[in-house]
Design a protein around this ligand. Sequence first.
Ligand code: EPZ
Length: 430
Amino acid sequence: MEQYAINGGNPLVGEVEIGGAKNAALPILAASLMTDETVLVENMPDVRDTNILLKAMAGIGAHVERLDRHSVRINASLIHDLTVEGDSVKKIRASYYFLGALLGKYKKATVVLPGGCDIGCRAIDQHIKGFKALGATVSIAHGMITAEAPKLVGSHIYLDVVSVGATINIMMAAVLADGRTTIENAAKEPHVVDLANFLNSMGANIKGAGTDVIRIRGVERLHRTEYAIIPDQIEAGTFMFAAAATRGDITVKNVIPKHLESISAKLTEIGCEVRESDDAVRVVASKPLGHTHVKTLPYPGFPTDMQPQIAVTLGLSKGTSIVTESIFENRFRYVDELIRMGASIKVEGTTAIIEGVSRYTGASINAPDLRAGAALVIAALAAEGISVVDDIRYIERGYEDFHLKLQKLGAQIDKVESERELQKFKLKIS
Ligand code: EPZ
């Protein structure tokens, strides 16, 4: 099994190129099935989740041609199957985007019920409510969910919770429905806007994405497009906190600084210097860092996908910090691992009370999920001595070349596959 071997304690310094956003790429790839014409998607991250999705698309008959690592040409005119199943697709949350996309285009879809990171209850009632409002019947049997409709008709849908997935799924189903759809209390995340821009570039008529009311006027068909995915806000934020935790100096390049505002604000508040330019943000952590309170919220609030990374950093900052998780109830599973590295953190319900310590020490740790895994790698890079991080397949779901990008910033990190390779790493750094 692959692991990361890490020798921590050095500040990370340098520049890192941020890739395309995983959580925008996933719905955009699914939505590319909604036209019979050819779609070119660029700036696609080459990560496990996007590759699983592309394979599933090819499995139902789409022609998927990888032009290079980050560009793919898709033609879905010969789709022969409206059922998406299989073990790998079951493991990714985004498999549910096939529901909205195929229901929208073919008025029927059956998809294996989604998995994804084990970060808490991940209901899909709002997706179902939206599909039903558009006229579909939805049934669940044998682990599969089916949505179908003789025809979809626009509707007024108020989401009871702000949900990225439900907003995206309803948007996809509604673009080819008859008439107008309004989604109220919609999610405003940059990837919701990116999908709307992608669909509009295919001829859809979506207005208001990025606000909490999205208005869609159904069109008859979608057409070809060429589209580049936005930069990954969470990948960028992860490197920004890596700078803070290791007391380094990192410039994240190819980003949209506006998308990083809540992250930059917290870094500034705890004492980092954050310098923005047009498409880059530099984080310098030269002074001792202080404490703060932070609560995760839907965009433009502080992202739940950055919660473990800020907690790891606050664990090394002076004073008492409070981190409240308001989106997913099971997102503190990394805390036990961090405590094994010397952190002083107490979790009470959805709140973590963090007493800053002066250092972490290296340990053998497990990545419990994607973002927590990345955060634990940051902890290991900040820690004194050697750490081994297990279950890195979670991290590879959403970070492209994570260890290679870290190496370029001066990190001593290798991917190892055996005890022998781990010994080699230890010899190399001694
Ligand atoms: C997306 O998950 C992301 N995944 C997650 O990123 C991210 O953490 C999350 O949005 C919040 O930003 C993808 O984009 C593939 P939600 P999603 O629907 O769509 C509740 C990562 O690390 N809810 O916005 O599943 C739900 O339980 C991943 O990249 C309902 O109650 O999240 C949660 O409390 C992890 N009913 C809240 O809403 C529903 O029908 C937000 O969930 C849907 C959601």
